[in-house]
Design a protein around this ligand. Structure first.
Ligand code: CMC
Length: 431
């Protein structure tokens, strides 16, 4: 909704442009600069998009100063305590919590779409046993596009919801097969008598010759992690999914683009990097050395699991995960030296002026790897766990974009700083 306007003046020419300002339901108002180029012949310059709203969205709101996160208006703390991952996925996609009938239909639909084409299984064997799981995941998710390419009309709402069911339904099978291939174990078909998370654990960990009973404490811990990772507004991977989708790309290919972006250690890859860092620290007495390295501008080492572009207060997800990690280790009677190192590292960093001044707090990935580790999930499979959960957010954001009446291809501009025009020099004349 337009509330006021901002006038931008070019001091050199005196030309002006009046830009409307829009207020959202919460958060900073935005300046609509679409007439800037037409009126002043200029673009805006915002490296890292720190001040740029790339879209309108009604899905997720976060307030980094307050440490607040809400999906469709529901605070993350309430969803974490009372909901399930599949219900949160429904909420992200449909905008409302499901009633009992919608809930049952949704869960049934995710199960019905849990199988993948049999030929896709051969795809995995093309990868070395030690291929990074995120590389495999990007490949197999993109490959799924080929099975539904011609039949998917991205402008048809019914096809979009079908795609959402397929994406969320198939991720457990796609990801568990990566682990099974890595471990030399046969692939496991989903068992629809089990719920989503339990089914995933069954496909990951069951033994061909034994019946499999998942530990309910582990199922709940994993479900909680999936809830906490399900969406996070316009982060790097979600923005990638939107940008890919804006070119009318196949939605599975868009999700594959999200996977590749999530892989980076500044983003989802941080959960793996945190565990490696804690292992490298090895003992609480070594923590200060690593904290000093993180503060040293001549060293490119950063404390993994610390800091966030938007949160300048404790990440609300990290608060929930920290407690969950503590409870899980207690309930499973596990001692984790790495958890002790993590808590001590957090204490030292939070008392250090470098971290205080820069408002660097533990983020969602600081403790998540410790939970995955307690659940026997190998370190290089942590980021695929994140991808499984975030697929709900990616597809919800893609659907929202496709339904937007102002939908158009994303095409950022640039400040060109390269060579001025010059003439081609034939090879023989070059010095
Ligand atoms: N360790 C040490 N210094 C840090 C860290 C860190 N983890 N994070 C930021 N800083 C410093 C940074 O050097 C800069 O210092 P100065 O002002 O002196 O130049 C200041 O804090 C501001 O940082 P920035 O680089 O402008 O922050 P950013 O918003 O561009 O980067 C970040 C955000 C998450 C990439 C960064 O904090 C980071 O690399 N953290 C470690 C990786 C990590 O945990 N990533 C997971 C993010 S949450 C999950 C997800 O989104 O997937």
């Amino acid at each position: 909704m337009k509330s006021r306007s901002v006038v931008i003046t070019d001091n050199a020419t005196g030309k002006q442009v009046e830009c409307p300002v829009y207020e959202g339901a919460y958060g900073a108002p935005v300046i609509d600069i679409k007439n800037l180029y037409k009126e002043l012949g200029m673009f805006t310059f915002d490296l890292g998009y720190g001040s740029t709203a790339s879209c309108r969205s009604a899905i997720t709101y976060l307030d980094g100063e307050e440490g607040l996160l809400m999906h469709r208006g529901y605070p993350i703390e309430q969803l974490a305590e009372q909901s399930t991952f599949t219900e949160v996925a429904y909420l992200l996609i449909n905008g409302e919590l499901p009633n009992q009938q919608q809930h049952d239909e949704w869960n049934r639909a995710l199960k019905m779409h849990g199988m993948t084409h049999e030929h896709l299984s051969r795809f995995y064997t093309g990868y070395r046993y030690d291929a990074h799981p995120m590389s495999v995941l990007a490949g197999v998710v993109a490959a799924v596009a080929s099975y539904y390419h011609d039949e998917t009309d991205i402008y048809n709402p019914a096809d979009r919801i079908l795609t959402a069911r397929r994406v969320i339904g198939k991720m457990p099978s796609l990801i568990s097969k990566i682990y099974r291939h890595q471990s030399g174990l046969p692939f496991v078909y989903p068992d629809n008598s089990r719920d989503y998370v339990e089914n995933f654990m069954y496909m990951m960990f069951s033994w061909p010759t034994e019946s499999y009973l998942a530990n309910p404490v582990a199922v709940r811990a994993l479900d909680l992690l999936f809830i906490l990772h399900a969406d996070h507004e316009q982060n790097a991977s979600t923005s990638t999914v939107r940008l890919a989708g804006s070119a009318e790309t196949n939605p599975f290919a868009c999700v594959a683009a999200g996977v590749t972006t999530l892989w980076g250690k500044s983003h989802g890859g941080a959960n793996e990097a945190v565990i490696k860092m804690l292992e490298e620290i090895g003992h609480p007495t070594n923590i200060q050395k690593f904290v000093d390295r993180a503060k040293d501008k001549n060293d490119n080492f950063r404390l993994m699991g610390f800091g966030h572009r938007v949160y300048k207060n404790y990440d609300p997800r990290a608060k929930i995960i920290r407690q969950a990690c503590h409870d899980l280790l207690d309930e499973m009677h596990l001692n984790s030296e790495l958890f002790d190192i993590a808590m001590e590292l957090e204490r030292i960093a939070l008392e250090d002026p470098y971290f205080i001044e820069r408002k660097l707090y533990p983020n969602v990935d600081f403790y998540s790897g410790l939970i995955y580790q307690a659940l026997n999930i190998p370190t290089d499979m942590f980021t695929p766990m994140f991808a499984l959960a975030r697929s709900a957010g990616w597809i919800a954001q893609w659907m929202e974009m496709m339904a937007d009446p102002d939908f158009r291809i994303g095409r950022p501009r640039q400040l060109y700083i390269g060579a001025k025009q010059r003439d081609y020099v034939p090879l023989a004349q070059r010095t």
